[in-house]
Design a protein around this ligand. Structure first.
Ligand code: NAD
Ligand code: MG
Length: 397
């Protein structure tokens, strides 16, 4: 199953689309709230979750008059801010809150904007229902694509990751069987053109300064190591039902071409536009329609040039590791992802260098005996093993 079966979207009610936003305080979550604000006549926010920033969760719940909220980190269960929730709002606490809110009867569409493998359970739960899954959480597919994709019903999963939203649109009205290749574009990140030695000295502050996108800390570091593009290649493999070889990464420095699909006759269909995540978030809600947007527009008369280059997988080792994980499949992408989450946190905390990130990921992958993916419980065990292993490796350095 791929997301390309022609179909009307699931979860398209006669009235407003009732949306649950999991991870509403993050970069994607707050931009999704902005889309809901712009299109209040078409979108109704009915459920929200946050992991820790309860004051922001409460502010959003008040603004949108939300019936149910969830705080997924129990350490924040007693935050004083929660006292200001509207009287009619129910508040669930704990990691299961996201799944419970997502599956509630009055929800038509769930945006999974949680960061990391923590989003997998909610994505899997939504696919057990007939609700639409607007999926920003790429780690869900990297870790659990083998379990999730066979469960996707036609029109149920709309990708939000900008490249995948672009590819999805480049396939519309075409025969997927006549596609020849996917060109997955990559900005190159803040360290494009640097050597391995340069990379060993970069600081978290330098790595957090992404040239074209303003995102959460974890994905920003992934964009600097290019692990983000490695994760996205595996994500695309699952979404569009193709092999890793079918997906070619190309550096497009300006991030104006969001990806392309090349067909058998040599024609290439590209998706272009502003670098503004509100556009793909909104499309996941409006699909197959298009609504107006306050996002900036591209004036091609003043854009100047579009630059392309081949990626450098020797310097940016995460690209090579993700290729290995995506070719091997089974539980190896789960290990890669979990080790990466631990190493990225350690780098952000000043506990390891930038080049230690790919070194730790590689050593964890080497230490793992790959199994076929069988269940969410198995993936949770493998994920926990990889986190422990990565933490031991960091501590032993
Ligand atoms: P972020 O760090 O800004 O926000 C993450 C959200 O998830 C927050 O609301 C936080 O409260 C919640 N969260 C954190 N840990 C959690 C946990 N253990 N359980 C439940 N909730 C938790 O991240 P982001 O940049 O918004 O990215 C979210 C997802 O979207 C990621 O998977 C990322 O790869 C993907 N994505 C982001 C962008 C972007 O522009 N930011 C673009 C494409 C894809
Ligand atoms: Mg992306």
């Amino acid at each position: 199953m791929s997301v390309l079966a022609p179909s009307h979207p699931l979860g398209a009610p006669a009235g407003r689309l009732r949306v649950a936003i999991l991870g509403c305080t993050g970069s994607i979550g707050t931009q999704a709230l902005d889309v809901c604000r712009q299109h209040a006549d078409r979108l109704e926010v009915v459920a929200l979750t946050a992991h820790a920033r309860t004051a922001e969760l409460v502010a959003a719940a008040r603004e949108f008059g939300v019936a149910r909220v969830g705080v997924t980190d129990p350490a924040h269960a007693h935050d004083a801010a929660l006292a200001d929730l509207p009287e009619h709002t129910t508040c669930l606490i704990g990691p299961d809150a996201a799944v419970e809110l997502a599956c509630a009867e009055d929800v038509d569409c769930v945006l999974v904007a949680i960061v990391g493998a923590a989003g997998l359970a909610a994505s899997a739960a939504v696919l057990e229902t007939d609700k639409r899954l607007a999926l920003a959480n790429k780690e869900s597919l990297v870790v659990g694509g083998d379990l999730l994709m066979p469960r996707v019903r036609p029109g149920q999963l709309i990708p939000v990751d900008s490249e995948h939203a672009a590819i999805f649109q480049c396939y519309q009205g075409e025969s997927a069987a006549q596609a020849h290749a996917i060109w997955l574009t990559c900005s190159g990140g803040p360290f494009f053109g640097r050597t391995r030695e340069d990379l060993s000295r970069v600081t978290p502050a330098e790595a957090l300064a992404h040239p074209t996108w303003n995102m959460g800390a974890k994905i920003t570091i992934d964009s600097a190591t290019l692990m983000n593009k490695g994760l996205e290649r595996i994500e695309a493999m699952h979404l569009f039902g193709v092999d890793m070889e079918f997906i070619r990464i190309v550096i497009q420095r300006q991030s104006k071409i969001h990806s392309m699909v090349e067909y058998d006759d040599g024609s290439v269909i590209a998706h272009l536009g502003a670098s503004d995540m509100r556009i793909p978030i909104q499309y996941a809600f409006s699909y197959p329609d298009r609504w107006s947007t306050p996002a900036p527009r591209v004036d091609f008369r003043t854009l100047g040039s579009l630059d392309f280059a081949a990626p450098d997988a020797e310097t940016f080792r995460c690209l090579a590791l993700a290729e290995q994980a995506g070719r091997t499949r089974g539980t190896l992408p789960c290990v890669m992802n979990a080790a990466n989450e631990v190493a990225v946190s350690a780098f952000l905390a000043g506990a390891c260098s930038f080049t230690d990130i790919d070194a730790i990921v590689e050593r964890c992958m080497d230490a793992h005996t790959v199994e076929p993916v069988q269940s969410l419980e198995q993936l949770a065990d493998v994920d926990a093993w990889a986190r422990r292993t990565a933490e031991h490796m960091l501590a032993a350095r």
